[in-house]
Write a protein that binds this ligand. Structure first.
Ligand SMILES: NC(=O)C1=CN([C@@H]2O[C@H](COP(=O)(O)OP(=O)(O)OC[C@H]3O[C@@H](n4cnc5c(N)ncnc54)[C@H](O)[C@@H]3O)[C@@H](O)[C@H]2O)C=CC1
Ligand SMILES: O=C(O)CCC(=O)C(=O)O
Length: 426
């Protein structure tokens, strides 16, 4: 029995992340003091964001920026705009960023941020005011060598430019390396927008390879059709996988002959809310949003939000494999159910690490002031993703544990070694 008193939370994501961490730490025999240190965040910043709305009224939004660990380098992680954002959720996501960056082999710690708001109800100008005020309030805490935010749910290149521009104006000089995920025309990198999806698709193709399944005879279903889901579907489609279903908050769009992914992407790009609503093609059937999860396909890729597969629905999964594009899409109860069904799962912080690896490439280019071609970017990304997949796959076989546990063990070791070498004080 461990002497450490385990932290817990009412937040599903934080309790899931902590439970996975404690179990892996226990299995690898990590020292109690390191468990205590690594189960807490270094810094949790809460800010209020007063904003004048278009109708002249004032609303105050809550914003958060958490640094879980800076043992390996500056904290790294996205900023989310969503009605469910809370301090606990942000801390959970920052915690998982530490393990993601460690496993990826990049020189970063873990951070995450968020603003509790509903972007679907905001005008572009209101979103800009929220972004700029939030940027000003967290300015003392972010920087190229301290904490480097990036996009997450409902944020993208436009928000990253507002953030960078506000911080640069406050500091009196351009500071491009303080945010990644910027547009290519403004210190962004070719490849970053598609990077997470390219990484998720690469992991799915690697899993098919080790399972001896030809991608050209494989089928897939993708939940979520935003940044991660749409590019995941696109790269799988390009590799010859038949993507039979895609999905967003408006429903599941199923076609037994395969979704025309490029057409669906063009559809979402052409409407202001970026939704699939109204998308059509020959043979298309529209179903409820949850139905994507229960289709009889080779690979299911949850690329939307956390907790999608849980104790109430995991037993209905018919897919042969799961590759987690979203952060925390499975609760521990779902993990158990899927384990008993023998379904191999590529865990989120391996599968979706292409985003942060791609952000690392952007940060390197910003610091050097020298930009790469998209070909070079993608080729380096795919090489790293394949090698990280292979490392976790082999370690899981060697230790006879599931891939999630193996990934945690590899990731925790690198951070724990860094904490020991740097020393725990100050
Ligand atoms: N953007 C990035 O580079 C990275 C994002 N992630 C994670 O991937 C996930 C998705 O992020 P993004 O694609 O950036 O967000 P996004 O905002 O671009 O897209 C989210 C998509 O999920 C859909 N969705 C939301 N709730 C849903 C529900 N209940 N049922 C069905 N569809 C639903 C939305 O309609 C939208 O299509 C999140 O968990 C995020 O933390 C992870 C790594 C990097
Ligand atoms: O690109 C980044 O720095 C972080 C992306 C992110 O938030 C994530 O991987 O969950």
């Amino acid at each position: 029995m461990m002497a450490v008193k385990r932290r817990s939370s009412h937040d599903v994501l934080l309790s899931t992340a902590l439970e996975n961490f404690y179990n892996a730490a226990e299995e690898m025999g990590l020292e109690d003091d390191l468990i205590e240190i690594l189960s807490r965040s270094e810094r949790r910043v809460c800010v209020s964001i007063p904003v004048e709305m278009d109708d002249g009224t004032v609303r105050v939004f809550d914003g958060y920026r958490v640094v879980h660990s800076s043992a390996l380098g500056p904290a790294k992680g996205g900023i989310r705009f969503h009605p469910q954002v809370s301090l606990d959720e942000t801390e959970a996501l920052a915690f998982m960023m530490t393990w993601k960056c460690s496993l990826a082999g990049i020189p970063y710690g873990g951070g995450k941020g968020g603003v509790c708001c509903d972007p679907l109800e905001l005008s572009l100008k209101e979103k800009e005011r929220i972004t700029r005020t939030f940027a000003a309030r967290i300015e003392p805490f972010v920087g190229a060598w301290s904490d480097v935010p990036a996009p997450d749910v409902n944020t993208g290149p436009q928000e990253m430019v507002w953030f960078m521009d506000t911080i640069s104006k406050i500091r009196g000089h351009l500071d491009p390396a303080v945010f990644t995920g910027k547009p290519v025309s403004l210190w962004g990198s070719k490849g970053r927008n598609a990077a997470t999806g390219l990484g998720v698709a690469t992991c799915a193709l690697e899993l098919l390879r080790v399972m001896g399944k030809d991608p050209k005879t494989a089928t897939a279903a993708v939940q979520g059709f935003g940044n991660v889901g749409s590019f995941t579907a696109k790269f799988l489609h390009d590799a010859g996988v038949k993507v039979v279903a895609i999905c967003d908050i408006t429903g599941t769009y199923y076609c037994k002959d395969g979704i025309d992914v490029n057409k669906a992407m063009a559809h979402t790009q052409s409407n202001p809310k970026k939704l699939l609503e109204g998308y059509t093609q020959p043979g298309l059937e529209k179903r409820g949003p949850e139905e994507v999860l229960f289709l009889d396909v080779d690979v299911l890729l949850p690329c939307a939000m956390e907790g999608t597969l849980n104790k109430t629905n995991a037993d209905k999964v018919k897919a042969k494999y799961i590759v987690e594009g979203a952060n925390g899409p499975l609760t521990p109860e779902a993990d158990e159910i899927l384990k008993s069904k023998g379904i191999p799962i590529v865990p989120d912080f391996l599968a979706n690490s292409g985003g942060v690896i791609g952000s690392y490439f952007e940060w390197c280019q910003n610091l050097a002031g020298f930009f790469w071609s998209e070909e070079e970017y993608n080729q380096r990304l795919v090489t790293i993703m394949k090698s990280n997949f292979q490392r976790v796959w082999e370690y899981s076989k060697e230790k006879n544990v599931l891939m999630r546990r193996a990934a945690f063990m590899v990731a925790i070791k690198r951070v724990a070694d860094a904490v020991k070498m740097r020393g725990v004080f100050l």
